[in-house]
Design a protein around this ligand. Structure first.
Ligand code: C2E
Ligand code: MG
Ligand code: MG
Ligand code: MG
Length: 289
């Protein structure tokens, strides 16, 4: 708590900050309980669609926390708590295990993409966790993808890259998430041979109204083609977004237009969006597979 302060000393916390600190401490304790008791935590999935074939090639696993009082807490509010409190390994293992188990039962054979935090890398724990999840579920390694954000690689630390390399050696694909939002995006592509580049949704959503953003999407798609890397456009919400990323040459797309994240394999609205996609491809004179 903020102490009564004498002359020349700082008050460390304002009353508002104090509440936030308490909330944060409570949130951490509650997240720990949820993890230990294995309740209120779920994995939702969002389809990633091949723009050529219209098939779902993968589904991204996204952690969901249903708090007993606050309801659904978004990942933007609890992932960083998990990272800062050392709970991320536990959460990461929960998501990996659950995602591999559910994906093993998917009739369409799509891959599952699991987000990995920077703090899970370089500690010698990730690869064992992956191997355990694969062995426990029977999912073949080539049906698992891991997604790392640019900030995860900020340091390009040797041990972090070594983990990614090891993952690829056992047959797991590695995607660079939120491409374009971090520092030295191109340096990351040089540091490691990614299987996939995910173009951040902010570029896609701005691109319809801003030619400069459309140019960036097109440039990354070209870059992917030259590197032999699959490019995914994130944040495709409308038919106009889909049109744009198709014309700009992205391989795959993901976004609310196809489906919001949902419990395993419940992405039914996909069909309507895929009809849009067919129309767009036909209008653009592109050959459909
Ligand atoms: P991300 O990996 O970039 O995941 C994509 C995020 O974009 C998801 O947010 C998804 O719901 C959202 N999204 C998908 N389509 C659209 C769209 O059309 N429009 C908009 N506006 N958003 C869309 P979500 O589920 O809230 O997750 C946010 C971030 O939290 C993720 O970003 C990822 O960095 C992190 N995260 C989520 N689950 C996990 C996890 O299990 N482990 C770790 N380490 N991070 C996770
Ligand atoms: Mg991701
Ligand atoms: Mg992303
Ligand atoms: Mg993100």
């Amino acid at each position: 708590a903020a102490k009564a302060v004498g002359k020349g000393t700082y008050r460390t916390f304002s009353p508002g900050m104090e509440i936030r600190v308490q909330e944060r401490v409570r949130l951490e304790a509650e997240l720990r309980t949820a993890l230990v008791e294995c309740r209120d935590l779920f994995v939702f999935y969002q389809p990633i669609v091949c723009l050529r074939s219209g098939r779902v090639t993968a589904r991204e696993a996204l952690a969901r926390w249903h708090h007993p009082q606050h309801g659904w807490v978004p990942p933007s509010e609890f992932i960083h708590v998990a990272e800062e409190s050392g709970l991320i390994d536990r959460l990461g293992t929960f998501v990996l295990d659950q995602a591999c188990r559910e994906a093993a039962g998917w009739a369409d054979g799509a891959r599952v993409a699991v987000n990995i935090s920077a703090t899970q890398l370089g500690k010698g724990t990730l690869i064992p966790a992956i191997l355990t999840a694969l062995a426990g579920s029977g999912l073949p390694a080539d049906r698992l993808e891991i997604e790392v954000t640019e900030s995860a690689l900020l340091s390009e630390a040797f041990d972090c890259i070594a983990d990614l390399r090891h993952a690829r050696e056992i047959g797991v694909r590695v995607a660079l998430d939120d491409f374009g939002t971090g520092y030295s995006s191109l340096a990351h592509l040089r540091a490691f041979a990614f299987d996939k580049i995910k173009i951040d949704g902010t570029f896609v959503r701005d691109a319809v109204e801003r030619p400069d953003c459309a140019a960036i999407v097109g440039l990354v798609a070209d870059l992917g083609r030259r590197l032999g890397v699959t490019t995914v456009a994130e944040g495709v919400e409308t038919a106009a977004h889909l049109q744009l990323v198709t014309v700009e040459g992205c391989f795959e797309a993901q976004g609310y237009l196809f489906s919001t994240p949902k419990p395993s394999e419940r992405d039914a609205p996909l069909v309507a969006a895929l009809e849009d996609r067919l129309e767009i491809l036909n209008a653009a004179g592109t050959q459909t597979a």
